[in-house]
Design a protein around this ligand. Structure first.
Ligand SMILES: [Zn+2]
Length: 181
């Protein structure tokens, strides 16, 4: 193995371990502090929400892994996927499809991930059921695109949240696109 490849690999593994430890520390702190739920907090919802119906809400992420990172959450405070009703599940599905169409128009990603966690042991930091929609920017190097996305997950742990004005801008963009769907 070339020296540069070794150094890159060691750096990546070290950052991944540090990132995992930091995430665990964040989860432990949140659990021990017994903080109120972020997705039931009216102030948070007012600034992050781009969609709302009687069952679900669409929120822009304040610390996006990639531009266009959004979340679909239930309006009811429930913690896990198995607690959602069939109606809420359909509403979440409809919202994720709309979110995808809007993000495609605004950011033009080449691919996207939808993921959902259940329990602190698998990294759920907010104990209120939510689905992440994470688009992937277009890249020239398709074969290494997956490493770029993995890197975004690790690097995101060390990033600061985006400014309130940028968040407001993202919410307005999403609201505007959703009115055309
Ligand atoms: Zn909640």
């Amino acid at each position: 193995m070339k020296k540069l490849t070794k150094i890159t690999l060691i750096t990546f593994i070290s950052l991944a371990i540090t990132g995992a430890s930091f995430t665990w520390w964040q989860i432990s702190t949140q659990l021990s502090d017994n903080k109120p739920c972020l997705f039931c907090n009216h102030q948070i919802l007012e600034t992050h929400r781009f969609y709302e119906d009687n069952l679900v809400m669409g929120l822009c992420n304040h610390k996006p892994i990639q531009p266009g990172h959004c979340m679909a959450v239930t309006k009811r405070h429930i913690e896990r996927f198995d607690e959602i009703t069939n109606e809420e599940f359909l509403a979440i599905g409809r919202l994720l499809k709309k979110t995808n169409l809007a993000v495609q128009k605004i950011y033009g990603p080449s691919a996207y991930i939808i993921h959902q966690k259940n329990g602190a042991a698998v990294g759920q930091t907010v104990p209120h059921v939510h689905f992440h929609y994470i688009p992937k920017k277009k890249t020239k190097h398709k074969k290494i695109a997956i490493f770029g996305l993995l890197w975004s997950f690790v690097a995101n742990i060390f990033k600061s949240p985006i400014s309130m004005s940028k968040l407001r801008e993202n919410v307005i963009l999403m609201k505007r696109e959703l009115t055309h769907l």
